[in-house]
Design a protein around this ligand. Structure first.
Ligand code: NOJ
Length: 564
């Protein structure tokens, strides 16, 4: 429910303060979006030059993945300075210009805040390793178990494989205490029972809010606080079972402080949580209480199979949670951590859902049907754009890009690839630089010349030659292209569905999802089966992911219909 002070005179929600309830947000992995200076890595200059493209696409906000100074062990989720941009991405002045220019085009800017851990190169951690006691107290150093402390302090596993602990070496060359890292060893976890950590992160938020940034995506929002005493997990799977490293009650105190800060700005700043609570139905709404975070990603669509019943269950579960919390659902079909949807849908479908690991494990053994995957991905866009709430788009999904599966091992950068000993290819395949124009790599990703006149460096990950047909330029003006489909969906969504109310399922055959929204004459029909189905008689098709002939919606296609 909108708080009273967020209503305009007359009782309507104020669009300037409530935009985050219905927005379309476009996720930018800076390094993969557009390269302004020709070093092969995307940057703020590149993003600025492409802002008009995003405005034309029809997005309301841009979320920029971490752009802070970083050794880039985990693509910038290992921060050395939260108040500076990495020089490879640009300067603070560039960042300020980006915010101004986005605002002038009517788009908001969200950043990524990484509060769970720093880089091991952060000044605090370096001081900690050098023996500074106050600095050590900001991280989780513990003596090891075993006679000589040779065993890790507990049995927790890192999300990137292997133990979540690394042992330090003292200045005397002797093995010392261990430190906790829920991700890579280069990402030591902060100790959120230390007041200095709270104050520092509040100051970081303030720093960016003062520069006009509209809000933050909160990395690992459920991870900051650990169970007192760091007890063993005893084999509990953090994704499905309560685990002492995640989702502890103390974390809510952090978000109450953050919310108070965000609300002190005009317009108020907003948050979206990356929170993977194991008992999601009971625990997620806690993060979304009116004095905590505004929204949390709805992650089930990242893995659900292309099947009608599991999809409908996902939508129902999410809407039921939204009912409890009063926060809108934040739908997301893909992001920088998962396999792109056009590839997930290109192979046989799981009974209910897969995981990143199961998905990537079958790359070598099952040929993808890329055309089928793309058809389904387009239909999925028709579905999620019709749902109530916020919609997150991931760079390149509007071009219908697939995961790039065949990146050579020596070009891969993801710690998951390295720490799995190369058995899991990791996430690089979804982070390949976008194709903008032209017939050959870098497809307009980099400029023709660097500032000194020399040719640009190769893109930081190789682009497939077949992307020539998928450049933004090739798709622009082609009414059947994926780019045109997304533009039309977003425009129609804004016109017909942003002002609409709750969701109502319509009667439809087994493999079909059909829905309408209160107060809107638009119906969304999505056929997840192979056989064509008849659309409502007399309806006018507003947009469709595949040609509708004689009122018949083909298999693996979706359409919005204006009821007759
Ligand atoms: C979640 C981010 O989305 C992911 O990319 C990153 O590796 C981890 N958090 C660690 O920060």
């Amino acid at each position: 429910m909108a708080a009273v002070d967020q209503l305009e005179a007359g009782g309507r929600p104020d669009p300037d303060r409530e935009w985050w309830r219905t927005a379309v947000v476009y996720q930018v992995v800076l390094r993969a979006f557009a390269d302004g200076d020709g070093d092969g890595l995307g940057d703020v200059a590149g993003l600025r030059s492409r802002l008009p493209y995003l405005a034309d696409l029809g997005v309301d906000a841009v979320w920029v993945n971490p752009w802070y100074a970083s050794p880039m062990v985990d693509a910038g989720y290992d921060v050395t300075d939260y108040r500076a941009l990495d020089p490879r991405y640009g300067t603070l002045e560039d960042a300020e210009a980006l915010v101004r220019e986005a605002h002038a085009l009517g788009m908001r800017v969200l950043l990524d805040v990484v509060p769970n851990h720093t880089s091991d190169q952060h000044a605090w951690f370096r001081a900690a390793l050098a023996g500074d006691e106050a600095a050590r107290a900001r991280y989780l150093f513990r003596p090891g178990r075993g006679e000589r402390g040779e065993e890790p302090p507990n049995d927790w596993e890192s999300c990137f494989r292997g133990p979540a602990w690394t042992r330090t070496t003292g200045s005397d060359g002797e093995p010392g205490d261990w430190y906790l890292h829920m991700f890579a060893p280069e990402q030591p976890d902060l100790d959120w029972s230390n007041r200095e950590v709270h104050d520092e992160m509040l100051d970081v938020l303030r720093f960016w809010f003062d520069r006009g940034v509209d809000g933050f995506r909160v990395d690992v929002a459920h991870g900051l606080v650990k169970a007192p005493g760091l007890p063993d997990a005893e084999g509990k799977d953090r994704r499905t079972q309560e685990h002492p490293g995640w989702d502890q009650d103390g974390v809510h105190e952090v978000y109450r402080e953050w919310r108070a800060l965000a609300d002190a700005y005009d317009p108020p700043r907003v948050f979206v949580a990356e929170a993977w609570a194991a008992r999601r139905a009971e625990r997620l709404p806690l993060y979304l209480r009116p004095d905590e975070l505004h929204t949390a990603f709805e992650f089930e669509p990242l893995h659900v199979a292309w099947r009608a019943r599991p999809w409908r269950d996902v939508v129902d579960r999410s809407l039921a949670l939204a009912e409890v919390s009063g926060a809108p659902c934040a739908w997301v079909l893909t992001n920088h951590d998962v396999v792109r949807q056009a590839t997930r849908y290109a192979r046989s479908q799981w009974a209910e859902k897969g995981t990143n690991e199961t998905e990537r494990a079958r790359w070598p053994t099952e040929e993808p049907d890329l055309a089928l995957g793309l058809r389904r991905a387009r239909a999925a866009a028709v579905l999620v754009a019709a749902l109530p709430g916020v919609l997150y788009l991931y760079l390149g999904e509007e071009l219908g890009l697939h995961e790039v599966e065949d990146i050579p091992a020596d070009r891969r950068t993801d710690p998951i690839f390295v720490r799995s000993g190369g058995t899991d290819p990791g996430r690089d395949g979804s982070r390949v630089p976008l194709p903008w124009s032209g017939d050959v790599p870098p497809f307009g990703f980099s400029p023709d010349r660097r500032p000194d006149g020399s040719p640009p460096a190769e893109p930081y990950l190789p682009q497939p030659a077949r992307w020539a047909a998928l450049t933004a330029q090739a798709q622009d003006g082609d009414p059947s292209s994926t780019l045109s489909l997304y533009r039309r969906l977003l425009a129609l969504r804004r016109e017909h569905l942003v002002p609409a109310g709750g969701l109502r399922w319509l009667d439809a055959p087994d493999d079909v999802l059909a829905l309408a929204r209160e107060g809107s004459p638009v119906q969304c029909w999505v056929n997840l089966g192979a056989d064509p189905v008849a659309l409502p008689a007399g309806g006018r098709v507003l947009v469709a992911s595949a040609p509708v002939v004689d009122g018949s919606l083909p298999g693996d296609a979706g359409a919005w219909v204006l009821a007759g």
